[in-house]
Ligand binder design. Structure first.
Ligand code: HEC
Length: 135
């Protein structure tokens, strides 16, 4: 009997702490996404994250994660360098791309110096993951 009680007390205290920590993590995540959204201001002139009828200098990034590089169907002006790069977009490849696109894919036409801060890249990627999601 005593053992049961102890176990349910332990269970209750575990539940208590999980539910205290989870909203904190969520808040941290959404702060990251917000920061990424601000950082995306430097990309927005050239990219949309949702389907759009406007033509921009860069490809539309909708459904980016899991997509092969140069995979936006309605973007005709990809460089040969990106087309033949064999990159698939995920957190790791995007991190490398955002450090310095031309270092990762020599000959790319994305005229962008890169994002030197690892924290800023992580925030941008968190924002991209949310805002480019296929739905
Ligand atoms: C001056 C315009 C410009 C800016 C600013 C810019 N990009 Fe690009 N981006 C391009 C172009 C053009 C391409 C296509 C490159 C190629 O074909 O080599 C591209 C390609 C990409 C791709 C690959 C897409 C695919 O379909 O394979 C990603 C991801 C990307 N950009 C993300 C970003 C992010 C994130 C930022 C901001 C930190 C950014 N870009 C800033 C013009 C830009």
């Amino acid at each position: 009997m005593g053992g049961m009680q102890l176990r349910s007390t332990l269970l209750a205290s575990t539940l208590c702490c999980v539910s205290l920590v989870a909203p904190y993590l969520q808040a941290a995540d959404s702060a990251m996404v917000k920061r990424g959204q601000m950082l995306f201001l430097q990309c927005r002139a050239c990219h949309d994250t949702q389907p759009s009828t406007t033509t921009k200098v860069g490809p539309n990034l909708h459904c980016l994660f899991g997509r092969s590089a140069a995979g936006a169907a309605d973007y005709a002006t990809y460089s040969e360098a990106l087309r033949s790069s064999k990159v698939t977009w995920n957190r790791e490849s995007l991190d490398q791309w955002l450090v310095n696109p031309a270092a990762m894919v020599p000959g790319t036409t994305m005229a962008f110096a890169g994002v030197p801060s690892a924290e800023n890249r992580a925030a941008l990627i968190a924002f991209l993951e949310q805002s480019t999601a296929c739905n």
